[in-house]
Each structure stands twice: as structure tokens, then as C-alpha cells.
Design a protein around this ligand. Structure first.
Ligand SMILES: Cc1cc2nc3c(=O)[nH]c(=O)nc-3n(C[C@H](O)[C@H](O)[C@H](O)COP(=O)(O)OP(=O)(O)OC[C@H]3O[C@@H](n4cnc5c(N)ncnc54)[C@H](O)[C@@H]3O)c2cc1C
Length: 386
């Protein structure tokens, strides 16, 4: 596996960082203080950052994308998370592909994506179905040329501002994953209701909400059967969580790296006992732990992306990367608080935001416990979560 960046990736990484430092960083505090981005704010950031490959970069030419490989997409997402993880999360979810729509609808949505004017999202979680994502109650019932959907989805990233959605439903409640199907909805023709905006501990600018579907009619052809994979299809595999989990790992690495960079700067400037605190051995030990953990997580994420770029299965490698990286980021950002003393706890100074953002990443796309069970299944051949 090659950990080196190509010349193109290196230049893109530098360009993203320079832009984010100059144009994005000065706005972070104000937006984070206000909470979830509004739709016009999200669209404005989408348009600003599309030229770097955010939002639609991994999509095909039809949607204005350039089919970015997983590693390149990961590199730019790590760089943006270093400056503002909440924005990074919003951008990759908003760029959800419009797969599953009928041809004419897909072309129209792609045109809007090309213009940076259509926001996507993906909805699996329900009030009573979180980790057990195969046991859904949101139901689709056939009615002529339509499916009629009823149910509630919650904690949906970008849900309150989305135009189109990949929605997981059951056609046979109680049958577990056998009955699960994926439906693609456009809000203008299959409108859902936003019940609530969720204001979370961290990643505060990333909109998140609860959505209700009451007799929502969706064209029959917008349904896809979930693909069963050859080797022991458990729900994680069927939903293909591989890329999202890897991206969450990459975001965690970006946040941890920001905490390290700020800490190194600070320990050289801050003096106690007549010396820079960087000269104390216990302080250097903390920096060592932070760097070793962050690099370890980065390598795990790169391994998963490398497999994805080779078209190989990365189920357990992505789970390992997500499980380790997100827990790692909590430890690293907590040490950054310690190194900054009271300043590390102060609102508006970025260190406490890194910690809050890191803490929020262990939950989406499968908690740490679920990642461990995915890896445990791989190690033992026995599924604890079938
Ligand atoms: C920032 C954020 C963004 C999100 N975005 C989306 C989104 O875009 N779309 C979407 O559909 N959902 C989204 N979610 C929801 C997320 O996927 C769920 O919150 C997650 O799967 C956990 O479900 P839950 O919150 O219901 O917790 P629960 O499943 O109720 O889990 C509670 C606790 O029980 C543990 N647990 C559960 N089952 C087991 C088990 N078998 N073994 C051991 N421990 C277990 C969990 O690890 C956890 O500690 C998002 C969540 C967050 C925080």
C-alpha cells in the first residue's frame, strides 16, 4: 500500500488548506455559535468549495463531478476537518448521489447538483431503530404506480435542508433485513415534514433533524432492493457503510491533527516556572501520545481508502478505522485541553470545539461498539448483530 500522496493530491491538499485558512477559518466561530447552517448558508458554502472537489467531486460527470478516488476525497476532507469539521460533514452528505431516481428525475437533479443547488441526505435511523438498523418500521406499501410511505426518521444529517433523499424502508415489517428496500425521494414531488432540528453537542453547524413521512407517494421505479453480498451479508455490509465510515475516520484525524498543531504552537509560547511548558517531559509525552495515535488512525483510514480505490471490500478495515479514529480523537483533543489549561475550556477558542466535535463522531454510521462487532465478526466468523 502506498501512503505517499501524488503530486496532484499534494497540490490539492495545499490549495484546500490555504483557502480554508484564509476564507473559512475566520467564519467558524460565528456560524458555530448560531447552530445548524440554514439552507442558503449551506448552498453558499457548497458553491464556494465545489471547485476543490467537495460536495460532488466523487460523483460522475453527469452531476458535474470528477469521479474522485476515495483517497483524494479523503485527503481534502481531512484538510477541511482540520479547520471546520461540521462544514466538512455537511458537504459530503449534501453530495449524496441521486441513484435510484428514474432517468428523467436523475438528469434534472444532476443538473441542479452541477449548479450546487441540490442537497442530498440519507435516512436509515428511526426513534426505535438505531444500531439495529435492519429492524425498521418506516413502511412502504404498493399502490398502483407508487409506493406509499409512512414513518419517522431521526438524527438525519442535512435532513432539514435536503432536496432529495436516500430512504431506507421496510416492505415487510418484522422480517429484518429481508424486507429492507432503498427508495429515492425528491422533496418537491414526495414531500416529507421536518418535525425537529436537532442541536447536538458538537458538529453544530451540520444540520440534523427528525423527519416525518405521512402517506408520502414515491414513484414505483424509485425503489431498489438492497444488494446481498457474497460473504455473510450483515446489515453494515448491505448498506455499504464503507465509505461513510472511512470519511468519519478521516474527519476524526483532521480534528486530532488540528488539536496537535495548536498544542505544539501553544506549549512553545506558554511559560511556567520560568520555562516554556514544551520543555517539561510530561508535556512532551502528551504530544508523543497525540501524534502516535493520530498517525495510527490516519494509516488505518488510508488502508481502507486504498482498498476502496482498488475496488476491494473494506468492510472490517473501514469499521476498524472508524472505531479507532473517532475514539482516538476524543483522547487527543482531551489532551489538547489539558495542555492548554483553562484556556482549553474557553468557548470561542477552538480547542473545546475540537473536543465536542470529536465526541460527536463515535455515534453516526454505527457506534464504536458496532464497529467492534463488525471486526469481531470478521475475526471469529460469528455475528453478534445479525
Ligand atoms: C452527528 C450524527 C449524524 C447522524 N447522521 C445520520 C444520518 O445522516 N442518517 C441516519 O440514518 N442516521 C444518522 N445518525 C444516527 C446514527 O446513525 C445513530 O445515532 C447510531 O446508529 C446509533 O443509534 P442510536 O442513537 O439509536 O443508539 P442506540 O442504537 O440506541 O445505542 C445506544 C447504545 O447501545 C449500544 N448498543 C446498541 N446495540 C448494541 C449491541 N448489539 N452491542 C453492544 N452495544 C450496543 C450502542 O453502542 C450505544 O452505546 C446520526 C447521528 C449523529 C450523532
Amino acid at each position: 500500500m502506498d501512503f505517499d500522496l501524488t503530486e496532484e493530491q499534494r497540490l490539492l491538499k495545499e490549495a484546500v488548506r490555504a483557502y480554508a485558512d484564509k476564507e473559512i477559518a475566520p467564519q467558524v466561530n460565528e456560524y458555530e455559535r448560531r447552530g445548524p447552517l440554514t439552507r442558503p448558508e449551506a448552498l453558499s458554502f457548497i458553491k464556494q468549495l465545489m471547485p476543490f472537489g467537495f460536495y460532488n467531486g466523487r460523483l460522475g460527470e453527469e452531476c458535474g463531478g470528477s469521479n474522485l478516488d476515495a483517497k483524494t476525497y479523503g485527503v481534502i476532507n481531512e484538510e477541511l476537518s482540520n479547520v471546520w469539521a461540521g462544514l466538512c460533514g455537511m458537504l459530503w452528505i449534501a453530495g449524496n448521489p441521486p441513484t435510484g431516481l428514474a432517468e428523467a428525475d436523475r438528469r434534472e437533479v444532476c443538473e441542479r447538483i452541477k449548479a450546487g443547488e441540490s442537497i442530498g441526505c440519507g435516512a436509515i435511523t428511526e426513534p426505535e431503530a438505531g444500531s439495529s438498523s435492519s429492524y425498521l418500521s418506516t413502511r412502504a406499501v404498493e399502490d398502483g404506480d407508487y409506493w406509499v410511505v409512512n414513518g419517522t426518521k431521526t438524527w438525519i444529517s442535512c435532513g432539514p435542508i435536503a432536496d432529495h433523499m436516500n430512504l431506507m424502508v421496510t416492505v415487510n415489517p418484522g422480517s429484518g433485513r429481508e424486507g429492507i428496500r432503498s427508495l429515492h425521494l425528491r422533496k418537491e414531488s414526495s414531500p416529507w415534514e421536518v418535525v425537529r432540528n436537532n442541536n447536538l453537542l458538537g458538529l453544530r453547524a451540520w444540520p440534523n433533524g427528525e423527519l416525518r413521512f405521512e402517506d408520502v407517494r414515491v414513484p414505483r421505479q424509485n425503489m431498489r432492493q438492497m444488494r446481498e453480498e457474497s460473504s455473510g451479508a450483515a446489515s453494515a455490509r448491505v448498506w455499504n457503510f464503507q465509505q461513510p465510515r472511512t470519511l468519519l475516520a478521516v474527519m476524526a484525524v483532521g480534528i486530532a491533527q488540528a488539536a496537535i498543531d495548536d498544542s505544539i504552537r501553544y506549549v512553545k509560547e506558554r511559560h511556567q516556572f520560568g520555562k516554556p511548558i514544551a520543555s517539561f517531559q510530561l508535556v512532551q509525552e502528551m504530544l508523543y501520545d497525540m501524534v502516535v495515535e493520530t498517525d495510527s488512525a490516519r494509516f488505518l483510514a488510508y488502508r481502507a481508502m486504498d482498498l476502496q480505490d482498488k475496488g476491494e471490500d473494506s468492510t472490517w478495515q473501514a469499521a476498524m478505522a472508524k472505531g479507532f479514529a473517532t475514539e482516538m480523537a476524543i483522547r487527543v483533543t482531551s489532551r489538547a485541553i489539558e495542555l492548554h489549561g483553562a484556556l482549553g475550556l474557553m468557548e470561542g477558542y477552538p480547542i473545546e470545539r475540537y473536543f465536542r466535535d470529536a465526541r460527536s463522531l463515535t455515534i453516526p454510521d454505527g457506534t464504536t461498539e458496532i464497529q467492534k462487532l463488525v471486526v469481531g465478526r470478521r475475526l471469529t466468523g460469528i455475528s453478534a448483530i445479525s
